[in-house]
Design a protein around this ligand. Structure first.
Ligand SMILES: Cc1cc2nc3c(=O)[nH]c(=O)nc-3n(C[C@H](O)[C@H](O)[C@H](O)COP(=O)(O)OP(=O)(O)OC[C@H]3O[C@@H](n4cnc5c(N)ncnc54)[C@H](O)[C@@H]3O)c2cc1C
Length: 342
């Protein structure tokens, strides 16, 4: 294959992915007009009411396994860890005082008994179900391609209340658009997005996920760090599996059988400590012997203050053996002295 000189313009997710893939076989130059990489994918620090800094994703926030298979393949290839997130939808109308949340079950739809005294709100909930059916029909109809959202709402005979308290806030939030501009948007395009993202039902929403640590590369600091984070679904080979974290990060891998747990716990490089939680003493003993770690706790977790027993890791892990008796023993030589009995 001829090696080409390729220019990629823009370092959003599209440009970065194109550059990453083309870079395997061609000479790629990436052009970005902004001062940072990432385009819409961005995480900024904001000060919370209690003074703490909170990392806020401002764009390209969530994905799921159902509709983002290619993105997930890229994440797996790059060893990018993800964590569960949610995608709820909250509305507060300063005009009439209505407050509710979607994707939060009954508690979100009926946040307090007062909303049950709002007939227009109850009617709107019925209209939401009708909207789901109507939207699926529009999706099947190619002739509806030129339909705007405004025309869709008129054709369906939806109430103004439904438009103002559900449809326009929802579409405006998804597309970051004002109610005025979103009315001119092609309805079928929006509906396809809703269908792809499991948003045309009140149940069966996909599990939303986000990139652990967000899209922030803080070049002001030495290295990047994660907020207290649980990384679920970590796979062997990912950075989160390969490297030690000295921070509030829990990498979770699940297993079916004991043998699988032993194999997952057997890290090629590290073997500091392990904890086994089980009510089966035989399993506890089997795992405690099999796991290649310098310390194994059973039904507890944490380093004891007492260093009389050998403490410290196996393989490339940690120190500690030198603090206790085992460390002293390293400096001693043993000698057998035998006395005859008479
Ligand atoms: C608020 C918000 C939330 C979102 N949330 C999600 C979400 O949760 N999940 C999801 O899947 N999608 C989400 N999206 C959509 C998603 O963020 C975008 O579809 C995606 O990031 C677009 O990536 P891109 O690379 O195509 O473009 P962009 O990210 O816009 O990148 C374009 C890049 O090109 C650069 N550029 C432009 N012109 C030039 C030039 N002439 N020379 C050099 N550089 C140039 C720009 O500076 C920019 O860096 C969201 C969008 C918004 C606005």
């Amino acid at each position: 294959m001829t090696r080409l000189r390729v220019a990629v313009v823009g370092s959003g997710v599209s440009g970065l992915t194109a550059a990453h893939i083309l870079g395997r076989t061609h000479e790629v130059t990436l052009f970005e007009r902004d001062e940072r990489l990432g385009g819409h994918a961005n995480t900024i620090g904001v000060r919370a009411a209690d003074g703490r800094e909170v990392a806020l994703d401002t764009g390209f926030i969530v994905h799921n396994e159902r509709t983002y298979p290619t993105l997930l393949r890229l994440f797996a290839e790059l060893g990018i860890a993800t964590q569960p997130s949610d995608m709820s939808f909250g509305v507060r109308c300063d005009g009439c005082g209505l407050e509710y949340a979607g994707a939060r079950g009954m508690q979100g739809v009926v946040p307090h008994p007062g909303v049950l005294g709002r007939p227009r709100y109850l009617r709107m909930l019925g209209e939401v179900k009708r909207f789901h059916r109507h939207a699926r029909a529009v999706l099947r109809d190619p002739a509806a391609d030129s339909l705007t959202l405004d025309a869709f709402l008129r054709d369906g005979g939806y109430s103004r209340y439904f438009a103002d308290h559900f449809m326009l806030p929802l579409t405006g939030a998804v597309w970051s658009s004002s109610p005025a501009t979103i009315r001119d948007f092609p309805a079928r395009y929006l509906i396809r997005f809703f269908a792809n993202h499991g948003m045309l039902t009140v149940t069966n929403s996909p599990q939303w996920k986000t990139v652990a640590g967000g899209s922030r590369v803080d070049s002001q600091n030495e290295g990047d760090y994660l907020e207290p984070t649980i990384l679920d679904d970590v796979k062997p080979g990912m950075t989160a599996h390969r490297e030690e974290f000295f921070g509030p990060v829990l990498s979770v891998q699940s297993f079916e059988e004991t043998e699988e747990a032993i194999s997952l716990a057997d890290h090629p490089v590290y073997g500091l400590a392990a904890s086994v939680f089980t009510s089966d003493i035989n399993k506890a003993l089997k795992l405690a012997h099999a796991i290649e770690a310098g310390t194994v706790w059973v039904n507890q977790h944490g380093r004891p203050a007492d260093f009389a027993p050998p403490a410290g890791g196996y393989k490339g892990s940690g120190f500690g053996k030198d603090w206790g008796r085992a460390g002293i023993e390293g400096y001693l030589r043993q000698k057998a002295i035998w006395f005859a009995q008479n």
